[in-house]
Ligand binder design. Structure first.
Ligand code: AMP
Length: 210
């Protein structure tokens, strides 16, 4: 099996589905968002360059992204293919990827904008264990997180204005990437609204993993 891409707007549930796919395929998850957040936290050169773009909802420049992906793909666990999450986000990124990796399938998780804004702006995690909570759907219990902590953490790029900006960026720069893979005959469109389990099953069926 070559690599696969998990594609869709921010807040489509890519993170949740990524975990489920990885559990079944055994491929490592390669998330540029996670790699960039780690770089920002560690204060590396990449982190320093990326921080401003991320906070405003803009995309980090292609050459930075392609560089961190190239480095990641040289690691031994990437030899049998990976699952990309949040990459590629532009046509130049997709073209760069075409030159270095075979893509077997692209799963596009489709969710309307208004649904996404509601999902992301209510989202937060437990500061000590990372469990995800949501103001409306799954609030932190009054007794605290099951891990014992009461402290919550909200991502700085999760405010409504930033989410709207990220969606605009998505429509302008990222959606054309789906057409790129549609032309290559590897795109699978999956409805991302509904039961998490059913969405996972639809994705695994599209990947031919039962
Ligand atoms: P994510 O967690 O995937 O939504 O990524 C968070 C932020 O990191 C995005 O809003 C972008 O600023 C940046 N980012 C992540 N992946 C990419 C990418 N492939 N290309 C450009 N910027 C990215």
């Amino acid at each position: 099996m070559g690599s696969i891409i998990l594609f869709g707007p921010p807040g489509a549930g890519k993170g949740t589905q990524a975990q489920r796919i990885v559990d079944r395929t055994g491929q490592p998850q390669v998330s540029t968002g996670d790699m960039l957040r780690a770089a920002v936290a560690a204060g590396t050169d990449v982190g320093i360059e990326a921080k401003g773009y991320m906070q405003s909802g803009a995309l980090v420049p292609d050459e930075v992204i392609v560089r961190i992906i190239q480095e990641r793909l040289t690691e031994p666990d990437a030899a049998l293919g990976v699952m990309f999450d949040g990459f590629p986000r532009t046509i130049p990124q997709a073209e760069a990827l075409d030159r270095i990796e075979t893509i077997d399938a692209v799963i596009s998780i489709e969710v309307p904008d208004d649904e996404i804004v509601g999902r992301i702006t209510g989202r937060y995690t437990c500061k000590s264990c990372g469990r995800v909570f949501h103001d409306l759907h799954l609030p932190l219990p009054k007794t605290g997180c099951p891990c014992g902590s009461f402290e919550e953490l909200r991502r700085a790029d999760d405010s409504e204005a930033t989410v709207r900006a990220r969606l605009e960026t998505y429509h302008a720069q990222t959606r054309p990437v789906a057409e790129h893979y549609d032309r290559a005959g590897v795109l699978h469109r999956i409805n991302g609204v509904g039961d998490v389990e059913e969405i996972s099953n639809a994705i695994l069926a599209a990947l031919g993993v039962e």
